[in-house]
Design a protein around this ligand. Structure first.
Ligand code: NAP
Length: 566
């Protein structure tokens, strides 16, 4: 029986290269890979060897015989990606394996081996380090402003998606490799500038992501009771910058504007039974707030129709497995009309999404437990309220017919947006650093910015999934390696010990791998006592206290590490 890819698919394509018969598509070299919502196994071509299962970093692949009840829709989702054909007939390309791009070789040119500073420690940063460290001798110093690494995998992925967070196993393994060093609790732009880093590295690769959200400029945003879904994501995930966010759940209804995957995550968490979250790594204060919550309905509002829903099919399937999701009569009619308008050979993902929406319950039914309602075709005009928000005023999109939805909490969820990076050019409209294949380009001169590279959301914009960053970072590293091999990168003025001294001089509270290990182990130990994966520290001073308590360990390891690398 074939294997099946399920909801947690991260798109990093490790499975594609592990598969001996090329039955997983789209492959990174095929059109559509960059925008694909997940990868799919061709059930007719799969030889059931299980190589993909071992390669998947997030345990998303299961044999057909072990598919859990809630994963059953993925059997059809995998199959539907491939064209209909007579039973037993395989597709022609199954004998051709997906081409593996050769690793970028970087023979040492000067006194020091290629030494790269990576700014950020999320998926794009870790995949870039992974690629660099395939080459012997290469040194990677990773700078992260928080005392804890892994970016949105720690602070963005929802706590009830623990399988997706398994990507940290791979990241842990990368960070333990020879040549890798963490400099946590160091903010580039505050403690250090680009020029400081460039003195001690051949190149600086910025993979700092796009932590901030796009803002909806309508009257009333800013009233108490308004905010953004991404802030709430940071809040329930214990991100120190959002730990004090005032999230008032005392009202019956929450409105979320925008219907991407972030909106689905927040709606699902706000309507979850707190007992379902109690064995996750959700921040303690958030779990307590959810236990006291009065929220009975979260309305996710889109300005366009059902066929244009921004959420992905795997996330919609996952949502409907765990939450009660409804539509009102008008929106059920919109779904039927979109389904009828879909050409027979139309996009199979849209068809599958619409078919799921068509089966949702009716919003006129009495509310028996906290539920989610999708609403369509409403353009937000203003937030109303006297002193605090009480409702959102919409018009029916394309008309001036008013609609009003009462709500005590209004969150906008209209996408993330990159923030400018000190010393680098910035394209504010696109929210990215201008670049050519990852090499930062100053649009004013058309010239490269010395030693500066980008990867991930700050390079390409806020799209894709955790694993999409693997092929993206690989391309940047190939550009960087070509520049190094062409002699375009200046030699550092000192080796690893001088670099570490420079960082300590700018930020005495820098945390290294041993410090992170102490924080990580303390969190895991606290979690084990409660049957949870970890209990997160949510305040930086608490994290620093744990590191200080283990301060003899980092000092010794720093010295040993520096001596080893000399
Ligand atoms: P998104 O997918 O880009 O969705 C943005 C939503 O905001 C769309 O519904 C969009 O509607 C709406 N919108 C934009 N401007 C608006 C305006 N002025 N007024 C009203 N609505 C407006 O953004 P996201 O949910 O933040 O996700 C960002 C990325 O992270 C996506 O690639 C997503 O898949 C990924 N992500 C994935 C997961 C997961 O796999 N579990 C979880 C979280 C995030 P229009 O379509 O009409 O513009």
């Amino acid at each position: 029986m074939p294997h099946v890819i399920t909801q947690a698919c991260c798109n990093d394509a490790s499975c594609v290269f592990a598969c001996p018969v090329n039955c997983i598509h789209p492959t990174p070299d095929e059109p559509g890979f960059a925008t694909s919502e997940m990868l799919y196994i061709d059930p007719d071509a799969c030889v059931d060897c299980g190589a993909c299962v071992r390669a998947c970093p997030v345990d998303a692949i299961v044999p057909h015989t072990k598919v859990a009840a809630e994963q059953l829709p993925f059997v059809e989702i995998n199959r539907a990606f491939y064209p209909e054909r007579p039973a037993g007939v395989k597709l022609p390309p199954t004998s051709k394996l997906a081409p593996i791009l050769p690793a970028a070789e970087v023979p040492q040119r000067g006194r020091y081996p290629l030494t790269v500073a990576i700014v950020g420690s999320g998926p794009a940063a870790m995949y870039a380090a992974d690629e660099l460290l395939t080459q012997p001798g290469v040194l990677v110093n990773m700078f992260e402003k928080l005392p804890t690494p892994y970016g949105l995998v720690r602070a963005g992925v929802a706590p009830d998606h623990q399988r997706t967070k398994l990507a940290t196993r791979l990241f842990d393994e990368i960070s333990r490799r020879r040549g890798f060093q963490f400099f946590l609790n160091v903010e580039v732009g505050k403690h250090l500038r680009h020029a400081d880093l460039l003195q001690y590295h051949h190149a600086v690769l910025y993979a700092s992501g796009a932590m901030h959200d796009r803002r909806l400029e309508i009257d009333g945003m800013g009233l108490p009771g308004t905010g953004t879904a991404t802030e709430v994501v940071g809040w329930y995930n214990g991100h120190p910058e959002f730990a004090d966010l005032p999230v008032d759940l005392s009202h019956q209804r929450v409105v979320i504007v925008g219907n991407g995957n972030v909106a689905l995550d927040v709606a699902r968490i706000l309507t979850s039974d707190p007992d379902r979250l109690a064995d996750t790594d959700i921040a303690d204060y958030a779990l307590a707030a959810l236990r006291d919550s009065g929220v009975q309905e979260v309305v996710i509002v889109a300005r366009r129709g059902p066929a244009a829903s921004a959420f992905t099919l795997p996330e919609l399937v996952g949502l409907t497995q765990v939450a009660e999701v409804v539509l009102d009569t008008e929106d059920h009619a919109r779904v039927r009309s979109d389904l009828a308008a879909l050409p027979a050979d139309g996009d199979h993902l849209t068809r599958q999404k619409l078919e799921i929406l068509a089966k949702l319950g009716d919003a006129s039914a009495p509310i028996t437990r906290p539920r989610i309602r999708f609403a369509y075709g409403l353009t937000p005009e203003r937030i109303s309220g006297d002193g605090r928000c009480t409702a959102v005023e919409f018009t029916v999109t394309g008309s001036d017919q008013p609609r009003r939805i009462e709500a005590g909490l209004v969150l906008t969820s209209i996408g993330y947006h990159g923030t400018p990076i000190a010393d680098l050019p910035f394209d504010d409209a696109a929210g990215i650093v201008p670049n050519d294949g990852g090499r930062v380009i100053d649009p004013a001169t058309g010239q490269r910015v010395a030693g500066a590279y980008v990867s991930g959301w700050i390079k390409r914009g806020t799209n894709g999934f955790i694993g999409s960053n693997k092929s993206d970072s690989l391309k940047t590293i190939q550009t960087l390696a070509a520049d190094y091999n062409a002699g375009l990168l200046a030699e550092p003025v000192g080796g690893p010990r001088s670099a570490a001294r420079m960082v300590h001089a700018h930020q005495p509270d820098v945390i290294d791998a041993a410090g992170w290990k102490a924080i990580n182990e303390a969190e895991i130990a606290a979690g084990a006592a409660q049957g949870r994966p970890r209990v997160k520290f949510t305040r930086v001073p608490d994290m620093l206290d744990v590191v200080t308590d283990h301060s003899d360990v980092p000092l010794l390891q720093n010295l040993l590490g520096a001596l080893r690398r000399r």
